[in-house]
Write a protein that binds this ligand. Structure first.
Ligand code: DP6
Length: 332
């Protein structure tokens, strides 16, 4: 009930009980946190224990189209395939639609991901961010960004950072109703910055981020160290962005990811998303640094590795990692 009340307060003066368009669409980029969101103070409202800061993945993201239909149930397509209503994906989408749509409005939702779903490349973030924006357009709500970010957060925490390109910060907030926990873009451009996606596995993960962070908060003896550490990391990453200090950015982001994974490994039963190939790749990255190539890594709740480097090292790294998908976050 708390969510329904929150949503009606968010929509209040913007609310319309009929779609204003015959259909709508929106695109949202996926995002990778440089200082991570790992742990909630409120699991229903997706309120985080700490703030986080991300970089968006430009053309890797989600495109969503919405159309009202004359049917009893929402119809959801993911990458051209009709999704069974019983799947966790359909359940999450339908639950969110029920919170925000006028009763009786039924939609066809067509979603296309240009990132592998559930492989640690954060497709739920771009998915909810695209859904929120397409819904806002369809309904003619014209909601301000802060409210869109909160609505996206209710779908999936990290989605509140996927409404923008570039660097985005999600403020932890203090209010119990979550009205001050939303994201905003940071006004810094770093044109030489590159991300490299290394897909170690496309298998669906067995433990979602949602379950993984709850399990870690509840059982990990190391978790109590995390909030202070990640808050310090976030500050340092923000300063590194302002100063365009790549070594500081890379080192802090890598340490933040490793610390997050350490909290999971200390959970019981232990939670380890890494595959042997993930570990082998980490050693490769550390060897390259020893050889003088400034390349750093980050990882989310999955086995895949994301590299951080500068344009000047792109060619050499593409030679070494021939699967590397390079993202230039600040190029249109
Ligand atoms: C490791 O946003 O997927 O990617 O709020 O439960 O939907 P829910 O979790 P989600 O968690 C993302 C965790 C992370 C770190 C991050 O993106 O900050």
């Amino acid at each position: 009930m708390q969510i329904v009340k929150l949503v009606s307060r968010l929509l209040a003066s913007h609310y319309r009980d009929q779609p204003q368009l015959a259909q709508s669409q929106a695109y949202a980029p996926s995002n990778i946190a440089l200082s991570k969101y790992w742990g909630k103070r409120d699991t229903k409202l997706n309120l985080p224990i700490t703030g986080s800061l991300s970089i968006s993945l430009a053309k890797h993201g989600t495109q969503t189209q919405l159309k009202p239909i004359d049917d009893a149930n929402h119809r959801i397509y993911l990458n051209h395939k009709l999704v069974e209503p019983t799947t966790p994906f359909a359940h999450k989408v339908v639950t969110w639609l029920k919170w925000v749509l006028p009763a009786g409005l039924v939609l066809e939702v067509k979603t296309y991901n240009s990132v592998p779903t559930a492989a640690g490349l954060a497709s739920s973030a771009s998915g909810f961010a695209a859904l929120v924006q397409a819904t806002n357009r369809l309904m003619g709500w014209e909601l301000p960004d802060k409210k869109l970010s909160i609505l996206a957060r209710l779908g999936s925490g990290s989605a509140c950072r996927s409404l923008w390109h570039g660097f985005v910060e999600w403020y932890v907030g203090e209010c119990d109703d979550g009205n001050d926990s939303f994201a905003e873009p940071l006004p810094y451009v770093w044109s030489q910055l590159r991300l490299g996606l290394l897909q170690i596995s496309t298998e669906n993960k067995t433990v979602s981020s949602r379950q993984g962070m709850l399990h870690t908060v509840q059982t990990s003896t190391l978790y109590k160290k995390w909030p202070d550490q990640t808050t310090t990391d976030l500050r340092q990453i923000r300063s590194a962005i302002v100063a365009q200090d790549f070594e500081a950015l890379g080192a802090t982001a890598e340490r933040n990811a490793m610390t997050m994974h350490a909290t999971m490994m200390a959970a019981w039963p232990p939670l380890v998303y890494w595959k042997p190939e993930s570990v082998a790749t980490m050693h490769q990255v550390w060897d390259l640094r020893r050889q003088g190539i400034p390349v750093y890594l980050t990882m989310d709740a999955g086995p895949n590795i994301k590299l951080l480097f500068l344009k000047q090292d792109q060619v050499v790294l593409q030679d070494i990692f021939n699967q590397l998908q390079v993202v230039a976050p600040f190029q249109p």
